[in-house]
Ligand binder design. Structure first.
Ligand SMILES: NC(=O)c1ccc[n+]([C@@H]2O[C@H](COP(=O)([O-])OP(=O)(O)OC[C@H]3O[C@@H](n4cnc5c(N)ncnc54)[C@H](OP(=O)(O)O)[C@@H]3O)[C@@H](O)[C@H]2O)c1
Length: 260
């Protein structure tokens, strides 16, 4: 796959997902929406173990950034030693699939406003805060891929999917609620279609680590902030600092946090 990859690829989970025998899979948010649909589909290919992770949010951070970004980067980071060790075993296919969104394009014009991340970011609109958190997921996946070339990091937008996301993501804005309901009704897809891009990212042979994909398997769609390493490196360093503070202030006691 290269830049000549303009249209979506054909992907049918029942026939295109290979046997997952001997694979261990961890799905966050697996009790509803796209996480649940992923479990339903992946279970049909008989992985050896499948884990479902549940919610936990750090109140000190802007809520959307905490939920959508740190809440995902943190478990990935804590698991890194195990992921790296497993990736080095012959025949392994170690992947991290990160759920971003086309809405990363609605992040603030500077991309990530670092001064907004540790407070309520009340001067930013709901869309900008959501976009910022989803841009952060892309940048984290890019840097993860650069620093850990033995892993594959797939970053995906699922499409607009009729799940309960619209109720939670838009609850603070009437305009968002109306917009979500209208666009969902006319352009949204059900979870069975919405799950395809992440299933593809989790199982297809030809994914490019650190790439952001729109459904299904369409690359080169990231915003300008995803095109150079500077912002990704800055966010990575900020994130590592956060993780170490979390551990240092006792909340993350007992959690092993890798240095890099
Ligand atoms: N649906 C879309 O159109 C769309 C578009 C672009 C990107 N995405 C991304 O796809 C991912 C999955 O979304 P979805 O559509 O499946 O959403 P969903 O149906 O609302 O649920 C996703 C999961 O996230 C959990 N969750 C919700 N709020 C949480 C919080 N504050 N802290 C921790 N966990 C929380 C839910 O747990 P509870 O059941 O306990 O609430 C549920 O398990 C998200 O990262 C979303 O941003 C979705």
């Amino acid at each position: 796959m290269g830049s000549s990859h303009p249209t979506k690829i054909s992907f049918h989970p029942s026939s295109d997902i290979p046997s997952l025998k001997d694979k261990v899979i961890l799905v966050t948010g697996g009790n509803s929406g796209l996480g649940k649909q992923s479990l339903i589909e992946l279970c049909q290919h008989e992985p050896s173990t499948i884990w479902l992770a549940s919610r936990r949010i750090d109140k000190a951070n802007e809520i959307r950034f905490g939920t959508n970004y740190l809440g995902h980067a943190f478990p990935v980071h804590c698991l890194l030693p195990l992921l790296v060790e497993t990736a080095r075993q012959s025949g392994s296919d170690m992947r991290v699939v990160l759920l971003s969104s086309v809405a990363h394009r609605y992040a603030p014009s500077k991309g990530i406003i670092f001064s907004s991340l540790k407070n309520s970011a009340s001067n930013m609109g709901t869309v900008a805060r959501y976009g910022q958190s989803k841009l952060a997921i892309i940048l984290y996946g890019q840097e993860l891929a650069r620093k850990y070339p033995m892993l594959k990091a797939a970053i995906v937008h699922p499409g607009q999917v009729r799940t309960s996301l619209g109720d939670t993501a838009s609850s603070s804005s009437v305009v968002m609620i109306i917009l979500w309901k209208l666009t969902s009704a006319f352009m949204g897809v059900g979870p069975q279609t919405g799950v395809l891009n992440q299933l593809w990212g989790a199982t297809a042979h030809d994914i490019q680590s650190g790439e952001y994909y729109e459904p299904v398997g369409v690359m080169n769609r990231g915003s300008k902030h995803t095109r150079g390493p500077e912002l990704a490196v800055r966010l990575w360093n900020w994130t590592m600092q956060e993780f170490h503070e979390y551990k240092g202030n006792g909340e993350g006691a007992g959690v092993q946090i890798p240095e890099h």
